[in-house]
Write a protein that binds this ligand. Structure first.
Ligand code: MYR
Length: 286
């Protein structure tokens, strides 16, 4: 059984890793004024934050072009028996829904769209696990079942410098009601039922970070499997490294990684956002 693994660009899986694991990527678009770019292809995260800081209009984003999706699925349907396509949460983007409408278009190669219910590196962890299982020749239904379990074990908390981008982009559940000074608070955000909601209202970034590390500590004690932890940043590599080093120091037996919020996610979170995610480290004993 040959199953192709597809994901969208917001998993921010580095190209080399994608190539190594035969992962196909569909880019979302970022729009800066008059210019549009396929993220991870036409524009890097660094270039995006640089350009965005010089513009006085808010950037915006859009899901992968339907043409590119159909073209990729068509090509893969000739080489593979099935396609698993893992997308960012359907509560924040129409990408999953668009793929869903194509799922029966290729009768000889069924498409299994999978809603990660998250985005960024926690999504990448699901994708990498799917690629590992596909490489072992596991049936797509079993891969989907494993991903569903891993998704349950995935947590992510994040915070932004200010909530304006999230509110303007309409990606914060209940965000329309926020006004003025409220937008400057530093709440901890997370996903609930596929949407972004405020987890706790905290006034400073330092305190929010402490609280997220406390939540991590609680989970490390609670679960009976090893975790892999990722610190994710929007153009704040040094800060992310400092946080990752502290976590690694506290938990030398766990894997701690660093990833980034690329152009599309940066459009909605704004520069300076920081997140910490954790999930079962399924690779540790493989
Ligand atoms: C689109 O235009 O279809 C993409 C919309 C993306 C919205 C992104 C909202 C922020 C997501 C934060 C993810 C944090 C994961 C740790």
């Amino acid at each position: 059984m040959k199953t192709a693994i597809v994901t969208d660009s917001t998993a921010y899986i580095p190209e080399q890793l994608r190539e190594e694991h035969h992962i196909y990527m569909l880019p979302l678009m970022v729009h800066l004024g008059e210019e549009s770019f396929r993220e991870e292809i036409d524009i890097s995260a660094e270039e995006f934050y640089e350009k965005a800081s010089q513009l006085d209009v808010f950037p915006s984003s859009s899901q992968p072009s339907p043409g590119a999706t159909i073209e990729l699925f068509k090509r893969l349907s000739k080489e593979y028996d099935a396609i698993i396509a893992i997308y960012l949460s359907s509560g924040i983007s129409g990408a999953y829904q668009s793929a869903y409408t194509l799922k029966d278009e290729f009768p000889l190669c069924p498409i299994y769209p999978f809603d990660s219910e998250i985005s960024c590196y926690p999504q990448a962890r699901l994708v990498l696990e799917a690629a590992r299982l596909a490489h072992e020749g596991i049936e797509p239904e079993r891969i989907i079942a494993q991903l569903t379990e891993l998704r349950e074990r995935t947590k992510a908390y994040f915070m932004v410098d200010d909530l304006t981008n999230l509110q303007k982009g309409g990606r914060l559940s209940g965000g329309a009601a926020l006004v003025g000074s409220m937008l400057k608070i530093k709440p901890i955000l997370h996903f609930e039922n596929k949407e972004i909601v405020v987890f706790e209202k905290i006034r400073t970034k330092k305190k929010a970070l402490q609280r997220i590390r406390k939540l991590l500590a609680i989970d490390i004690k609670k679960v009976d499997y090893p975790l892999v932890i990722t610190v994710i940043h929007a153009n704040r590599e040094a800060a992310a490294k400092e946080i990752a080093d502290k976590i690694q120091h506290d938990y030398p037996h766990l894997r701690v990684e660093i990833s980034y919020f690329g152009p599309v996610i940066g459009t909605h979170l704004g520069e300076g956002a920081i997140g910490i995610s954790w999930t079962e480290d399924v690779e540790i004993n493989k």
